[in-house]
Write a protein that binds this ligand. Structure first.
Ligand SMILES: [Zn+2]
Ligand SMILES: [Zn+2]
Length: 275
């Protein structure tokens, strides 16, 4: 029921927006994905990062047709982690395009049917989405042979300018993607720019920098360290999976503020921690 509601919410507004010349952000109200395209002659070599919800596949395919051309397919799909609002359409799209999927080795068991995420914790917050989160899918999908571990050295197949940074806490093997040249960071759920636990905040996309979605986050010490790791990268633009992109001085200030007050603002007060 909660899941059906979130799927329905995800179709309320579905938008696309080029946030950089080669980065197309796809927004499905409750979560985001993005396309990193090649530039110039390499325009045809692009990848999809995350896949939205189970009903996001059609929209993604239409955007690809409109923006990149009919019959175009990515080199690969990169998953930042295995939560349902990031892997929802991965099976459909990877099969349709017949392309490989990559994820961090620590996250692999959650997309190959070997390990389930813990059930969402509804007690973390009074927000509606937190209350509904109990019925969010938490069991492993199984991508079988289609999914491969990302290389150990931090490189990302088909994205020579980017490297991945392990930002655990929200999940064991969550990654962010970073491009040194212009400081673009795809932060996944390491932090959010909405209060993702609250339905009103998600619908209005009211901007506030917050920690990872509380109901699914398991290790708050790791989550905090991941914020410091991100600050140390000195990103210029952050594309998050929940909320609007944030950049420049505002990004720097808000991240530092989040780090300084992490225990009060990010952590749930009843505190569920898997050590
Ligand atoms: Zn997540
Ligand atoms: Zn998420």
């Amino acid at each position: 029921m909660g899941n059906m509601l979130v799927e329905a919410l995800s179709t309320l507004t579905r938008t696309k927006c080029w946030v950089r010349k080669d980065i197309l952000l796809l927004e499905f109200t409750v979560s985001n994905a993005c396309i990193i395209s090649g530039l110039g002659k390499q325009k045809d070599q692009w990848v999809l990062v995350d896949t939205g919800l189970e009903n996001s596949g059609d929209f993604i395919r239409h955007v690809v047709e409109d923006e990149l051309g009919l019959g175009k397919k990515p080199e690969a799909i990169i998953l930042t982690h295995g939560h349902f609002d990031h892997v929802g359409s991965v099976f459909e799209l990877a099969t349709h395009w017949d392309v490989p999927v990559y994820i961090h080795p620590l996250e692999l068991p959650y997309v190959t049917g070997k390990k389930d995420y813990p059930l969402a914790d509804t007690e973390v917050d009074d927000g509606w989405i937190a209350k509904l989160s109990k019925s969010f899918p938490h069991t492993s999908i199984d991508l079988g042979d289609r999914v491969h571990p990302l290389p150990e050295d931090g490189t990302i197949p088909h994205l020579p300018e980017w490297r991945f940074i392990l930002v655990p806490g929200h999940t064991e093997g969550q990654i962010a993607l970073f491009r040194e040249r212009d400081g673009v960071l795809i932060a996944s759920d390491a932090f959010t720019t909405v209060k993702q636990e609250s339905l009103m905040s998600v619908l209005s996309q009211h901007e506030t920098v917050s920690g990872p979605p509380k109901y699914f986050t398991t290790n708050w010490e790791e989550a905090k360290k991941s914020i410091q790791k991100i600050i140390d990268l000195n990103p210029q633009l952050a594309i998050v999976s929940h909320g609007q992109p944030i950049e420049g001085e505002e990004l720097r200030n808000r991240l530092q503020e989040l780090m300084n007050h992490f225990d009060e603002v990010a952590k749930p007060h009843h505190k569920k921690t898997v050590e």
